[in-house]
Design a binder for this molecule. Structure first.
Ligand code: F6R
Length: 241
């Protein structure tokens, strides 16, 4: 595991954007696994700026997102598909047909999980970008999700619902379920980039990076992956020493 500690969120965002940009420059047909949430917003902004300056092109890039809320879709402001379009896809030259997320509005969610799992399995991701939950989740794989899990429907924990309520008018509006890529599928990416910032992630960072490898801390599974880069700000790294 390579751990990079930057001063603050801005510097972390630069480093994460640089990592992803290098991947796309090396392989213009790169397949990227992407995440939503607050953490990657700054990195996506920088990728969009690089694209605008003509330094980078997503023309032939394909993307797979980690997760989507059950019941939300492209018409919903808080869905992850809307988040990705607003924060990245509409700002770079990517073909929307090459961007994939689970369909949270699918009538048959089991069939949707199987479809998405097969889709992920059909291409190798060059990089999987991950944020980190305060409880150590990756994607929406909450504590005690088996390490061999594939795409599935998950009941979000109270902590995750609480953390995500900041993006909704009212906590009652936060969906209680999501479709998430499984841990086994996350681990199949060639490289993993885990990004975490802020004091409230410090405990989960320590458990993920230095703790026992256990389903109680889903991110601890990353210690078993051969090529993981972790980019942290000083606050998120504050319990590592
Ligand atoms: C998002 C995702 C989640 C987030 C995590 C951290 O697609 O899969 O695992 O990465 O909850 O969220 P933020 O970045 O909002 O702190």
């Amino acid at each position: 595991m390579k751990i990079i500690i930057e001063k603050n969120y801005e510097k972390v965002s630069c480093a994460a954007a640089e990592f992803l940009a290098e991947t796309v420059k090396k392989n213009p047909f790169a397949v990227l696994g992407l995440a939503t949430g607050s953490t990657p917003v700054g990195a996506y902004k920088r990728l969009a700026e690089a694209c605008k300056r003509g330094e980078l092109s997503f023309k032939n890039v394909k993307t797979f997102n980690l997760d989507e809320y059950v019941g939300l879709g492209e018409c919903d402001a808080q869905s992850y598909v809307t988040f990705m379009r607003e924060n990245l896809f509409s700002k770079v030259d990517i073909d929307l047909n090459n961007t994939f997320l689970p369909d949270g509005k699918a009538k048959d969610l089991d069939a949707e999980c199987k479809r998405y799992s097969a889709l992920i399995g059909s291409l190798t991701r060059d990089v999987q970008l991950l944020g980190l939950g305060r409880n150590g989740h990756i994607g929406f794989n909450e504590p005690y999700t088996p390490f061999d899990s594939v795409t599935h429907v998950v009941e979000l924990t109270a902590d995750t619902v609480q953390a995500n309520s900041r993006l909704f008018d009212d906590i009652a509006q936060v969906p209680r379920k999501a479709v998430t890529m499984g841990i086994a599928e996350i681990m199949k990416a060639k490289r993993i980039l885990l990004v975490a910032t802020g004091k409230d992630k410090a405990h989960a960072v320590r458990a993920a990076v230095k703790g026992e490898i256990t389903p109680a801390v889903p991110a601890s599974v990353l210690q078993n992956h051969a090529d993981v880069t972790v980019i942290l700000d000083e606050e998120a790294a504050s319990e590592l020493h």
